[in-house]
Design a protein around this ligand. Structure first.
Ligand code: ADP
Ligand code: MG
Length: 226
């Protein structure tokens, strides 16, 4: 049903550079992501996964075609409006965690709310801290946490605004198998218990096993949807 689609891409193309040096990273991607599902985007290196994720998340713009997030077409927005939409509706998890080193774990988690001028809902924050299992580490800085702990903090940060969709680009790429399982379990829980929508780029088949759906890209096109 239409109302269940939270992210939609229609015939998205992305060309980098011009003339003989041009690279067509996406050559016509049409794909929908439904609310409350955990989806993986897989494909060989260079197939356009990160480019697609950046365009779906409003971090980069399509050369042609369009993207809609939570009912809003991104192509009609100014850069300022796009920033505000991202802040309100999109959460991010990066391979390299991207926590701010001078902030504590709790301050990092709350940062998206702080930036948006919002206040923390104590109950929601409590649920998130419980879910990531780091209640006793909230006053620690990132350098005092393991990679897996830092990524769990990053997941809580991505969820704190209850965004329409969370995008994760290789979130387990820097983690050992135990820490990877914990982060995947956390993303799975965000979907099952908190009703969140997660779209994860990964080349790890074990990571993809935690998801409900796998969209496969090759040479800038969707070649399978399982
Ligand atoms: P993946 O994430 O699947 O490995 P990417 O989306 O990063 O693939 O890249 C897809 C293609 O687009 C590659 O050929 C890559 O070299 C090219 N590409 C990506 N970003 C840029 C850029 N900023 N400038 C030029 N080419 C780029
Ligand atoms: Mg990539």
């Amino acid at each position: 049903m239409d109302s269940e689609v939270i992210v939609r891409a229609s015939d998205v193309r992305r060309r980098f550079g011009e003339g003989a040096a041009a690279v067509d990273a996406l050559t016509g991607v049409t794909v929908d992501f439904e609310r409350g599902r955990f989806s993986a985007i897989m494909g060989p290196s260079g197939s356009g996964k990160s480019t697609l994720m950046h365009i779906l998340a409003g971090l980069d713009r399509a050369s042609s075609g369009w993207v809609e997030i939570d009912g809003t077409r991104l192509d009609g927005l100014s850069d300022r409006e796009l920033t505000l939409l991202r802040r309100r509706a999109v959460g991010f998890v990066f391979q390299s965690y991207n926590l701010l080193p001078v902030l504590t774990a709790e301050e990092n988690i709350l940062l998206p709310l702080t930036l948006a001028g919002g206040r923390a809902d104590a109950e929601w924050l409590g649920q998130l801290v419980e879910a990531i299992g780091l209640a006793d580490r909230m006053s620690h800085r990132p350098s005092e946490l393991s990679g897996g702990q830092q990524q769990r903090v990053a997941v809580a940060r991505a969820l704190v605004t209850r965004p329409a969709v969370v995008f994760a680009d290789e979130p387990t790429g820097n983690l050992d198998s135990v820490a990877s399982r914990e982060v995947l379990g956390l993303l799975r829980r965000a979907v099952d218990e908190f009703g969140q929508t997660v779209v994860m780029v990964t080349h790890d088949p074990r990571a993809a096993e935690a998801t409900d759906r796998v969209v496969r890209l090759e040479d800038g096109l969707v070649v399978a949807d399982e």
